[in-house]
Design a protein around this ligand. Structure first.
Ligand SMILES: [Zn+2]
Length: 377
């Protein structure tokens, strides 16, 4: 059966986390179909999105929008039919079937990672410009309209010379990371980008079987890898996710603890307690341990708020709100160098004066702080 994921049902306290809004139907039952990627790419309503070095392709000119407020960004897309030929020429590209909207017969989305694509043709030729029809007014939603016309007219490969679409994409699109893209994107496209970037980072970092060291090949529509060693049983490998807890610590007076980390370049950035879960401990233990290590605070009740993936490179952030049993701050001085209790009014005043700045718009920390404040930042 298919399952249309609805994250809203899963995260009630923090229902609108930017990296946990995807509504695509994964169609997991299709992943093992032989020739799945080729078959899906041949369907007329299939869109291809591109990743490279942990970033996502957006139409040229949109990359610089990441730092602005109230601007919209969208994914650059290529019609699937046009990409099929290029994939055959570039076995280093990794194709990932992200799923479909509206069931089998409607829109499918395939992500292609071109990080390892070799740029054989040494640049693009003028003759290919028509394939990259990039209207300034954005009316076509980022689709390469010329490529679509060429592909569906059956002249795509014949008209193309020199560098193919995947090679040209290096220069023809802007590339932005998820922190820059998600706050400006629709929930649907932020979801696609999160899946595509998470998977592609894994494919680029894990090139060999962790058990036997043999090379691996993408499998299951790009959601897994298969070891190529018969002696190792050609084992199926799945992405490793690194669980992390993030905890907003609140005392009996309703104050929250804001911390500054030594590793942060922005000296005014303050956020909440966070750290990786150790092997063999549960989430609540990790939250209590991190609070004690970082700021010397003992936690009482720990309440789950929600979660979102954080593929930098492969974390899953699980958020908690915890009641502080003690208020005496002792920072560790290494990871955490500054920590302060603030009332909502004091925090707002610190933001306005510039003494503190809030975590970025894609972060779960920002939503945790907003939940505590009772309004958006
Ligand atoms: Zn192996």
């Amino acid at each position: 059966m298919t399952l249309a994921l609805n994250p809203l049902a899963l995260t009630q306290t923090l229902p609108f986390l930017p990296l946990a809004q995807g509504d695509i139907d994964y169609q997991t039952e299709r992943r093992a179909e032989p020739g799945l990627i080729e078959r899906v790419l041949a369907e007329p309503a299939t869109k291809v999105i591109l990743t490279r070095e942990g970033k996502i392709a957006v139409p040229r000119g949109q990359g610089e929008l990441a730092d602005y407020e109230n601007v919209k960004m969208r994914l650059a897309t290529i019609p699937g039919a046009y990409v099929a030929h290029d994939l055959a020429e570039h076995p280093q590209a990794v194709a990932m079937f992200l799923g479909s909207y509206g069931g089998r017969r409607d829109e499918h989305v395939v992500a292609v990672d071109i990080t390892r694509v070799e740029r054989l043709a040494g640049g693009s030729e003028r003759g290919a410009d028509d394939a990259f029809d990039e209207p300034e007014d954005g009316t076509n939603g980022g689709v390469i309209a010329g490529a679509a016309r060429a592909a569906f007219a059956g002249v795509g490969s014949g008209a193309r010379r020199g560098a193919g679409l995947l090679e040209q994409a290096f220069d023809r699109f802007d590339w932005v990371d998820l922190r820059g893209f998600a706050p400006h994107a629709s929930a649907r496209e932020a979801g696609q980008a999160t899946s595509a970037i998470s998977l592609s980072i894994w494919h680029n970092r894990q090139r060999h079987c962790p058990t036997c060291g043999a090379p691996v090949a993408a499998a299951n529509g790009g959601w897994a890898q298969r070891c190529t060693n018969d002696a190792d049983g050609r084992r199926l490998l799945f992405p490793r996710i690194e669980p992390a807890v993030i905890t907003i610590i609140v005392d009996s007076a309703g104050r929250a603890l804001m911390q500054h980390n030594a590793a942060w370049k922005n000296p005014t950035l303050y956020s909440v307690s966070a750290g990786f879960v150790e092997t063999g401990e549960n989430l609540e233990h990790a939250a209590r341990r991190e609070a004690l290590e970082e700021v010397g605070i003992r936690l009482g009740e720990v309440k789950y708020l929600g979660s979102q993936p954080w593929p930098f490179p492969s974390s899953l952030m699980m958020a908690f709100k915890a009641h502080a049993l003690t208020t005496d701050i002792r920072v560790d001085g290494a990871e955490t160098v500054e920590a302060r209790w603030v009332t909502p009014d004091e925090y707002t005043a610190a933001l306005v004066s510039g003494r503190m700045s809030a975590p970025g718009k894609a972060t779960i920390a920002r939503y945790m702080i907003e939940e505590w404040l009772g309004h958006e930042l």
